[in-house]
Ligand binder design. Structure first.
Ligand code: FAD
Ligand code: SF4
Length: 508
C-alpha cells in the first residue's frame, strides 16, 4: 500500500502511470479503485493532507475545520441580485468531502434522470440502466436505513409536527455500519462507522497497487499529440501549506475529480472546454436554510444520528426537508444576541431542535477567476427565491405543530419568534442581505451532455475538446438533484470507471 504525504517529500516529484486521478473524494476514489483493480497503474493526487480517522476523530471542531475543510469551511458564493451570500462547504483532505458527510445516501431521483434523458439527451442514464450501478455503490459503502432508535429527539419533534400537519416523511438511508449515534459525522467518524471513501474505496485502490500522494496540488492538465498526457502542479508543505517542489505526472489517461469548485478551474487553467462556453457555469448549490426551535422539555439533539429522516412533502415548491444537528459549541455561534443576551439563548441549546430545508435549484451560479483568484457567484432563479419564505414558514409551522415554544429563523437580526408573531411576519419581503444560507452540494460546473456546444464533457465524462481527459465528480451533473448528492456522484463516477475499464489505454 502506497500513501505518500507530499509535505514530507523533499525536492521535485516526477511519476509515470497509466492513469492519473486528480482528487481523492467521492468521485475520484471510485474511479481509482475500479481502474487499479482492473490492473491499470493508477496515481491519485490530492491537494489536501492525509488525516487518519484516529487523528480526525480526536480533533476539536475548530482544528478539524482547519485541517479537513477547504478555506476552513469559509468559502462563499457571492449572491447576485436578490440572492443571499451562501457559505459553500467542501472537504480538502484525503477522502474529500466524503469524510465530512452526514452519511445521507439518495439515488438520483427517477424524475431527475427522466429530465436528463428528455432535456439533455442522456438516454443511457435512466433508472433501468443505473440500477446495477446504484446497487454496487450501496453494497460497497454499506447503505442502510437509520433505525428509529437512532433518531434524535430533535428530529422526532419535527417529525411529530409534520405528522400533525398531515405531511409525509420517511427514514433516511446512510452509508454506515455499526453507528453508535455519537453525532460527529460532519467532522469525520471517529469509529470508522461511516463508510466514507477514505475507509472504503481508497484502501481498496491502494490494496490493488494505486499510489496516493497527499499535499499535491495540480495546476494544469498537460496535452501531447492532441490528447491529455499528464498533469503538472506543486507539492505543498510547511504550516502555511505553501508550494514547494514541482510535481509532474506522465499518464496515458487523466481523470479530473477535484469537485465542482476546483475541476472547472483546472480545466480553465488548462485551456480545456472553451468551445462549449460552459466551463464554470451552471453551478447549482441546493441553497440550504436551517430552522431551530426551542421546546420546554430537554431535547439534547446531539444524541443520535445526525441525520435520520427527510420529507419531500414540499416537493411541489422544490423544497426537500432533511434532519440535521450541529454540535453545541458551533451552534452557539449561530444564535442571536451578544454578551448576556447571547448567554441566555445559548443556555437553551439543550432544549433546541433543528431541521434543514434545501432548494432543488436551477443553475444560477458560476466559478471563475479574477487576477488568478477563484471566486463563485450565484444568482437565485426567481422561483427558487420565492421558495425561501415558503420553506421558513412551513418549517416553523411544523415545529409549532410539534410543540415548540418559539423558533429561530435563518434571518439575521431576528430574535425568537412565537406562533403569533410568525403569522404577522412578512417573510416574503425579508431582504436577501439578512438571509443565512449554506450549501454542501456544489454541482454542475463541467456539465455532461451530448453536444460540444452546450456541455463540457460527453456522456462518459470525456472532455469534448481533449481526448483522454475525463471528469468524474459532482461537476458533471447536468442539473441539481433536490437530494444529497454523494451517492449520485459516486454512481456517475462508477459508470465512467466501468467504461474506462473496457476502453483501451492509448499508447504511451
Ligand atoms: C459538511 C458536508 C456534509 C455533507 N453531507 C452529505 C451527506 O450527508 N450526503 C450526501 O450525499 N452528500 C453530502 N455532502 C456532499 C458530498 O460530500 C459531496 O457532494 C461529494 O463528496 C462531492 O464529491 P466530489 O468527488 O465531486 O468532490 P470531493 O469529494 O469534494 O473531492 C474533491 C477532492 O479534490 C481535491 N482537489 C481539489 N482541487 C485539487 C487540485 N487542484 N489538485 C489536487 N486535488 C484537488 C479536494 O481537496 C478534494 O479532496 C456533504 C458535504 C459537506 C462538505
Ligand atoms: S453518528 Fe455514527 S456515523 Fe456519525 S460519527 Fe457517530 S458513529 Fe460515526
Amino acid at each position: 500500500m502506497t500513501l505518500v504525504e507530499g509535505k514530507l517529500h523533499d525536492g521535485d516529484l516526477t511519476i509515470d502511470a497509466d492513469v492519473v486521478v486528480v482528487g481523492s473524494g467521492a468521485g475520484g476514489a471510485v474511479v481509482a479503485a475500479e481502474l487499479a483493480e482492473a490492473g491499470q497503474s493508477v496515481v491519485i493526487l490530492e491537494e489536501g493532507p492525509y488525516v487518519s480517522p484516529e487523528r480526525y476523530g480526536r480533533m476539536r471542531p475548530s482544528e478539524n475545520l482547519r485541517h479537513l475543510w477547504r478555506d476552513a469551511g469559509l468559502t462563499f458564493a457571492i449572491g447576485l441580485g436578490d440572492t443571499p451570500v451562501i457559505n459553500v462547504m467542501m472537504g480538502q483532505c484525503v477522502g474529500g468531502s466524503s469524510v465530512l458527510t452526514g452519511g445521507v445516501c439518495f439515488r438520483i431521483p427517477d424524475s431527475v434522470m427522466n429530465e436528463w434523458v428528455t432535456e439533455h439527451g442522456l438516454t443511457d442514464i435512466n433508472p433501468k440502466r443505473m440500477e446495477p450501478v446504484f446497487e454496487e455503490i450501496e453494497r460497497r459503502i454499506h447503505v442502510e436505513e437509520v433505525p428509529p432508535e437512532m433518531r434524535s429527539r430533535s428530529t422526532q419533534h419535527f417529525l411529530n409536527g409534520l405528522t400533525a400537519l398531515g405531511m409525509d416523511w420517511a427514514p433516511m438511508r446512510r452509508n454506515t455500519q455499526g453507528c453508535n449515534g455519537c453525532g460527529r459525522c460532519n467532522f469525520g467518524c471517529p469509529h470508522g462507522a461511516k463508510r466514507s471513501v477514505d475507509v472504503t474505496y481508497l484502501p481498496r485502490a491502494l490494496a490493488a497497487g494505486a499510489r496516493l500522494y497527499s499535499d499535491c496540488r495540480v495546476d494544469r492538465v498537460v496535452a501531447r499529440s492532441g490528447r491529455a498526457a499528464g498533469v503538472v502542479g506543486r507539492l505543498l508543505g510547511g504550516p502555511e501549506r505553501k508550494p514547494r517542489g514541482k510535481l509532474g505526472v506522465r499518464a496515458r489517461r487523466v481523470v479530473v475529480a477535484a469537485g465542482a469548485y476546483a475541476s472547472p478551474l483546472l480545466l480553465m487553467q488548462s485551456g480545456v472546454g472553451r468551445r462549449s462556453g460552459q466551463v464554470g457555469r451552471n453551478l447549482t448549490l441546493h441553497p440550504g436554510f436551517r430552522v431551530m426551535a426551542r421546546f420546554d422539555d430537554p431535547v439534547e439533539g446531539w444524541k443520535g444520528a445526525l441525520q435520520s429522516a427527510y420529507s419531500d412533502a414540499l416537493e411541489g415548491d422544490r423544497i426537500t426537508l432533511t434532519s440535521l444537528f450541529i454540535p453545541p459549541g458551533a451552534l452557539a455561534g449561530t444564535l442571536p444576541g451578544i454578551g448576556v443576551a447571547h448567554q441566555a439563548v445559548a443556555q437553551a441549546i439543550p432544549h433546541m431542535a433543528i431541521f434543514g430545508g434545501m432548494i432543488h435549484d436551477e443553475g444560477g451560479g458560476r466559478v471563475q477567476t479574477l487576477f488568478d483568484r477563484p471566486y463563485m457567484t450565484y444568482r437565485m432563479a426567481p422561483k427558487d427565491r420565492a421558495a425561501v419564505p415558503i420553506l421558513m414558514r412551513r418549517m416553523a409551522e411544523a415545529f409549532f405543530a410539534g410543540g415548540a415554544r418559539e423558533v429561530y429563523l435563518p434571518v439575521l437580526g431576528l430574535g425568537a419568534v412565537d406562533a403569533d408573531r410568525l403569522r404577522s411576519i412578512d417573510l416574503e419581503h425579508v431582504p436577501a442581505s439578512v438571509l443565512e444560507s449554506g450549501s454542501q452540494h456544489p454541482l454542475g460546473t463541467c456539465r455532461m451532455g451530448v453536444s460540444p456546444n452546450g456541455s463540457v464533457v460527453d456522456a462518459f465524462g470525456q472532455a469534448w475538446d481533449l481526448p483522454e481527459l475525463y471528469v468524474a465528480d459532482g461537476s458533471i451533473l447536468p442539473t441539481s438533484l433536490g437530494v444529497n448528492p454523494q451517492l449520485s456522484i459516486m454512481s456517475m463516477a462508477l459508470r465512467i470507471a466501468w467504461h474506462l475499464r473496457e476502453k483501451r489505454l492509448p499508447a504511451s
